[in-house]
Design a protein around this ligand. Structure first.
Ligand code: AHR
Length: 501
C-alpha cells in the first residue's frame, strides 16, 4: 500500500538564512581519524605535508565548511604544547581518553595547514578538564597573536609567521560526563568556563566562545546542567553545545528512523533553557546553539574506554554504515536546517574512519560511506533561506518517541537563482509514500535524486565502494503548481526546482 502526504513550499515563509557553519565536521585524535585518516606520510597520495590528497578531495566533495579539533574526550587531558615545534623533539604521551599512545606528529600547526588546504574554518577546543585559564590563554596567544611576545614569537620560530585566524573556541568538552578527564559539577564548570571566557574576551572580544552543554539528552543532569552553567556564563559566551548519537538499540529500527524527534526535542529544550536564563538575568541577548557532535554511532558495539588496550591509533568505532543509517543522517540534517534560527554551528562526528563519512585503508584507498551522500548533497544544495515546511503526513508509532511523522522535510530557497531545494525522508520501512508538493507556479523539477535500496542494510566497503550511491528518483510528475513524487520505503530524497525554460 502506498501512503500519502503533502506539503507546501512557499518562499514567503522563511525561518532563517542557511548558515554555512551547519555543515561542520570533527577531527579528533582518536583511533584513525588523524593518523592514517587525514594524515599519512608515505601514503601514495600524501602531499609534502603528509596529508592524504585522496581524503582532501573527498572532504571538499563532502562540502564540509568547518572542522572542530582536537577533541572530543581527547582534549580533556591534552597538552597543546606537545604538538608544536620540531617534530623530532615532540614527546610521546599517553592519551587517557582512548588509552592511546600519541606521538604528537600532528598538532595545532599541522591541523591549521590541513584546514587551509581543505578550505574549512577551524573550531578549536580548549582543555578545561585537566587544565585551566592560564593554559587556555597561552594557547590562544600562541595561535592568534601577531608577534613580539614570548608565545607568538615561539609560533614564528616554529615556522608559522602569520597568526592563525581562529574565531571559534570551545570551552572544554563534555565536562558533565563522568568519563571525562577532569569531569566537573555544573557549578564548578560554569565558574571555570566563565573565568576562561572573561580572560579570552579581554584578550580579543571578537572571539566566539562555546560553553559545554550536556553530552546527551538521557544524562541525568540534562537541562539542569545548562541552566547552572549559563547562569555563570550567559553574557560571556556565544553558543552552548549539544551532542547526540543515535543507533537502533535493541533492534528498534522504527525508533531509530525517528531519531530526529530526539534531536528536535534537545534543540527546543536547550533553547528554552537558555531563554529562561536570559529572562532571569534580564539579558536581551539570544544565545545560539552549537550542535558540535552528532551522528549515528552503534554505541552498543563499543565496550567502553576501560576495555581498551594501550595502543597507537587503533581501529576504534569504525562503524560501517548502511542505507538506513544514511536516511537517519539525512533526517538529522533536515532537523538542523529546520532549526536554523537557533542552531548556528553543527559538526558531524567524525570526519575520517571514526564513525565517519570517509573511510580509508592505511596505504590503500579512501571511499565514501553511505552517510556521505545525504551530507554532500545537502551541503551543496541548501542555499539562501530555510523555508518553513510542515508536512501533512501519516504517522508511525515508535517505542521511544511515540507517534512520529513518516515524512520529515525541509526546503531552501535561493533568492539569487530562484531555485528551491527540497530534502525529505520517508521513515516508513514498509510502504512507499506518494508526496504531493505545492510549489510556486513556473517552477519545475530539474534534479531528483534518492538514496534508497531494495536492501536497506546495503553498505559501501573497500571492495565495493560505490554499492550505495544516490540514484535518479523515479515517479516524479509535475503539473503547474503541484509536483507528485514517490518516496521509496526507508529513503532520503532531494529535489531541485528551477524556473521552467
Ligand atoms: O566522537 C566520539 C566521542 O564522543 C567524543 O570524543 C566525545 O566528545 C563524545 O562522547
Amino acid at each position: 500500500m502506498t501512503t500519502r502526504a503533502r506539503l507546501t513550499l512557499d518562499p514567503a515563509f522563511r525561518i532563517a538564512p542557511v548558515e554555512p557553519r551547519l555543515f561542520g565536521s570533527f577531527v579528533e585524535h582518536m583511533g584513525r581519524c588523524v593518523y592514517t585518516g587525514i594524515f599519512e606520510p608515505g601514503h601514495p597520495s600524501a602531499d609534502a605535508d603528509g596529508f592524504r590528497t585522496d581524503v582532501l578531495d573527498l572532504v571538499r566533495e563532502l562540502g564540509v565548511t568547518l572542522v572542530r579539533y582536537p577533541g572530543g574526550n581527547f582534549v580533556s587531558n591534552y597538552r597543546w604544547e606537545d604538538g608544536v615545534g620540531p617534530v623530532e623533539q615532540r614527546p610521546t604521551t599517553l592519551d587517557l581518553a582512548w588509552r592511546s599512545v600519541e606521538d604528537n606528529r600532528f598538532g595545532l600547526n599541522e591541523f591549521m595547514a590541513w584546514a587551509a588546504k581543505a578550505d574549512v574554518e577551524p573550531m578549536m577546543a580548549l582543555n578545561l578538564g585537566t587544565r585551566g585559564v592560564a593554559e587556555a590563554l597561552q594557547l590562544v596567544e600562541y595561535a592568534t597573536y601577531p608577534g613580539g611576545t614570548r608565545l607568538s614569537e615561539l609560533r614564528r620560530a616554529h615556522g608559522v609567521d602569520k597568526p592563525h585566524d581562529i574565531r571559534l573556541w570551545c570551552l572544554g568538552n563534555e565536562l558533565d560526563g563522568p568519563w571525562q578527564m577532569g569531569h566537573k559539577t555544573a557549578r564548578e564548570y560554569g565558574r571555570l568556563a566563565a573565568e576562561t571566557a572573561r580572560a579570552l574576551k579581554r584578550f580579543d572580544p571578537t572571539l566566539s566562545l562555546v560553553a559545554c552543554g550536556s553530552s546527551n539528552s538521557t544524562i541525568e543532569t540534562f537541562g539542569a546542567w545548562e541552566a547552572e552553567v549559563l547562569e555563570e556564563t550567559y553574557d560571556l559566551v556565544d553558543y552552548v553545545s549539544l551532542h547526540a548519537y543515535y543507533d537502533p538499540s535493541d533492534g528498534d529500527v522504527d525508533s531509530f528512523l525517528a531519531s530526529a524527534a530526539d534531536m528536535e526535542h534537545m534543540i527546543r529544550s536547550i533553547a528554552a533553557t537558555a531563554d529562561h536564563v536570559a529572562a532571569k538575568l534580564r539579558s536581551r541577548k539570544q544565545l545560539k546553539l552549537s550542535f558540535d557532535e552528532w551522528n549515528v554511532w552503534y554505541q552498543s558495539r563499543f565496550k567502553g574506554e576501560d576495555s581498551l588496550e594501550w595502543s597507537r591509533h587503533p581501529r576504534l568505532i569504525e562503524d560501517c554504515y548502511d542505507v538506513t543509517d544514511a536516511v537517519v543522517v539525512g533526517s538529522l540534517l533536515i532537523t538542523l536546517l529546520r532549526n536554523a534560527d537557533r542552531v548556528g554551528v553543527a559538526c558531524q562526528a567524525q570526519l575520517a574512519n571514526v564513525i565517519a563519512p570517509i573511510m580509508t585503508e592505511p596505504g590503500g584507498p579512501a571511499w565514501r560511506q553511505t552517510i556521505f551522500h545525504p551530507f554532500a548533497l545537502t551541503a551543496r544544495h541548501a542555499r539562501g533561506q530555510v523555508l518553513r515546511v510542515e508536512p501533512d503526513s501519516p504517522t508511525i508509532e515508535t517505542a521511544k518517541y511515540g507517534e512520529a511523522p513518516v515524512v520529515w522535510a525541509t526546503a531552501t530557497h535561493d533568492p539569487a537563482t530562484g531555485e528551491l531545494s527540497l530534502f525529505v525522508v520517508n521513515r516508513d520501512r514498509r510502504e512507499p509514500c506518494a508526496l504531493e508538493v505545492a510549489l510556486p507556479r513556473g517552477l519545475a523539477p530539474v534534479e531528483h535524486l534518492e538514496l534508497a535500496d531494495e536492501d536497506p542494510s546495503a553498505r559501501n566497503t573497500a571492495a565495493e565502494p560505490d554499492r550505495v550511491t544516490p540514484r535518479p528518483g523515479s515517479g516524479l510528475d509535475c503539473q503547474d503548481g503541484t509536483a507528485t513524487l514517490t518516496l521509496p520505503p526507508t529513503s532520503w530524497t532531494f529535489v531541485r526546482f528551477a524556473a521552467k525554460e
